[in-house]
Design a protein around this ligand. Structure first.
Ligand code: TNX
Length: 539
């Protein structure tokens, strides 16, 4: 299979008759370089099927984006695409519901959309049109991300003079694509350091490019509570007033939070809010003395230790608090999941932990949501339908893994975030200026070289809901920091979540990944130029 795909790519490059991006980069003639087309399979995540062939399609100043009448979502997606392409091309790219078979055509439903599922799409390019067909708007949006990657990297430039360095050409052929897993997530820790709405939006835009469909926000921890709730206002105003290192922290008002949820939804990402409990709760305990077993509020915390705080399991007020918090968060959450943390409860006895989870999980259900917890939840009694997020690593003991596997056999869904592959806060290597290394170093190849399908031995295949890449922010305080840890590893995890297992091939992946570098340069993404990736400019 691997050999066949390699041969397939070689043939494709030959058929395109114009060198690779690497060749383009060393061309002394920029005009010629711009005239190359991106081979149809140079996409991350790798599409399920690629059939190159036929004439390319070239965008022009008369190109229209055609959408079906009566679908406001298609129109919104077309508007998003036009906004992306206008700055670099200088073209108007008007969006129209007038019928026609030329230009950029978005098609929803119909015979051609059969079998594409909730997020799949078919992209055909050639002659007078490039057409994206999908059964659902989310599929159109995912197809638009593929379309972007098929245009020259310069299309991603947002600022400066419109260079009009066309032709803006898309290789001819057909891509038929749909995801392997329904859950393809990224997690952002806004507690250890606070990130503004604008910063979160910037991250969402970056994640959407790689067909990520879930943003898990870690909204509370020892260092900060980041969402304003009417029932317990000091959580945010006091509990959110600092962060690691003692900076000013911050929190989202409900309107801020709704804005994030809406912005994500427009890009077909669902937000999963996490309120971590019973541990990782110092910010809450500091805000309300009555939540502490001894009735005394501890000081705010700005260090990076874990495992020292716990809600008071025997106290009634703890559950009044949790009921209020879950009710208010659930009301802000259109998605089905609410994450209750449950990790590193080292200051809670096992008996208390189990009792606590028995009381809290029904509250999530009462407010219409489904529980996700870190995999320690499988050491208690996961509720029916609950999901466990596995964050173990190579040193995780067999008994702990066995609990997760047993739960999976009994119907608990599993999201895979193995720390030694999927944690974006691990250092790449010993020289990484940011990050931690408790799970070892996670280079790009390490983030890519594992298979979610056989990772948890003994877990039934259907229990694996997908993969998620967590970004903990103890050492990260700016968007540049987030980007440096996210790129180029996030695309590797996105590919594990999206692409069929038989596309898995490090040698081919690193080439496709390398071609993303100029796109990140054009967007001003501050990525890590890992020496494992053959970046086209040789840096
Ligand atoms: C472990 S992963 C934690 C977090 C830390 C992270 C740092 C998990 C569920 N808990 O509290 O931020 O390690 O890598």
């Amino acid at each position: 299979m691997r050999r066949r795909r390699m041969l397939f790519s070689l043939l494709m490059v030959a058929a395109a008759g114009m060198g690779t991006t690497a060749a383009a980069a060393i061309s002394p003639h920029p005009a010629r370089a711009a005239a190359t087309t991106v081979p149809l399979d140079r996409v991350v995540p790798a599409p399920a099927s690629v059939q190159p062939g036929g004439r390319p399609y070239t965008l022009g100043d008369d190109t229209r984006i055609r959408v079906p009448a009566g679908s406001w979502e298609s129109r919104r997606i077309a508007g998003y695409l036009a906004d992306l392409l206008r700055p670099a091309t200088g073209y108007d790219l008007p969006v129209t519901t007038r019928g026609g078979n030329d230009g950029i055509v978005l098609r929803l439903g119909g015979r051609h959309a059969r079998g594409l599922g909730a997020e799949g799409y078919r992209l055909t390019s050639g002659g007078r049109a490039v057409t994206i067909t999908a059964a659902r708007p989310a599929g159109l949006f995912r197809g638009v991300q593929t379309l972007r990657q098929l245009l020259p990297a310069a299309v991603e430039r947002r600022t400066g003079r419109p260079g009009r360095p066309g032709p803006w050409r898309i290789a001819g052929g057909t891509i038929a694509d749909r995801p392997r897993y329904a859950h393809r997530g990224a997690m952002l820790d806004v507690s250890r350091h606070f990130f503004t709405v604008a910063q979160v939006k910037r991250s969402i835009d970056q994640l959407a490019q790689y067909k990520i469909n879930t943003l898990h926000l870690h909204l509370s921890d020892d260092q900060g509570w980041r969402i304003a709730l009417a029932s317990w206002p000091r959580l945010a105003t006091y509990g959110g007033s600092t962060q690691v290192g003692g900076g000013p922290g911050g929190y989202y008002t409900k309107d801020d939070y709704r804005e994030i949820v809406r912005y994500a939804a427009d890009r077909y990402l669902t937000v999963i809010p996490e309120i971590d409990m019973p541990g990782h709760t110092n910010a809450a305990l500091a805000s309300y003395a009555e939540l502490n077993c001894d009735g005394k509020a501890p000081p705010l915390y700005t260090g990076t230790s874990v495992g020292f705080s716990s809600l008071c399991v025997p106290k009634k007020v703890t559950y009044d608090f949790i009921d209020d918090v879950i009710r208010e968060i659930a009301a802000l959450t259109p998605g089905r999941y609410l994450h209750i943390g449950g990790d590193e409860a080292h200051s809670t006895s096992h008996q208390d932990y189990v009792a606590f989870m028995d009381r809290v999980q029904p509250v999530v259900a009462k407010y219409g949501k489904t529980v996700i917890g870190w995999h320690q939840l499988t050491g208690a009694r996961p509720a029916d339908g609950a999901v466990a997020q596995y964050w173990g690593y190579d040193k995780t003991g067999a008994p702990e893994r066995a609990k997760v596997v047993d739960a999976a056999k009994r119907g608990t869904g599993i999201i895979l975030s193995p720390a030694d592959h999927a944690y974006l806060d691990m250092k790449y290597d010993k020289d990484s200026p940011l990050g931690t290394n408790w799970a070892g170093y996670v280079g790009v190849r390490r983030s890519y070289d594992w298979d979610p399908g056989d990772y948890l031995e003994g877990a039934p295949g259907e229990a694996i809901l997908g993969v998620e890449a967590p970004l903990w922010s103890e050492t990260l305080s700016t968007s540049a920091h987030l980007e440096y840890m996210t790129f180029p590893r996030l695309p590797a995890l996105a590919e594990l979540g999206w692409s069929p297992a038989d596309t898995h091939d490090w040698a081919a992946f690193r080439e496709r990944l390398a071609a993303q570098g100029p796109r990140w340069d054009a967007q001003g993404i501050h990525y890590y130029r890992s020496p494992e990736v053959p970046w086209p400019d040789g840096r």
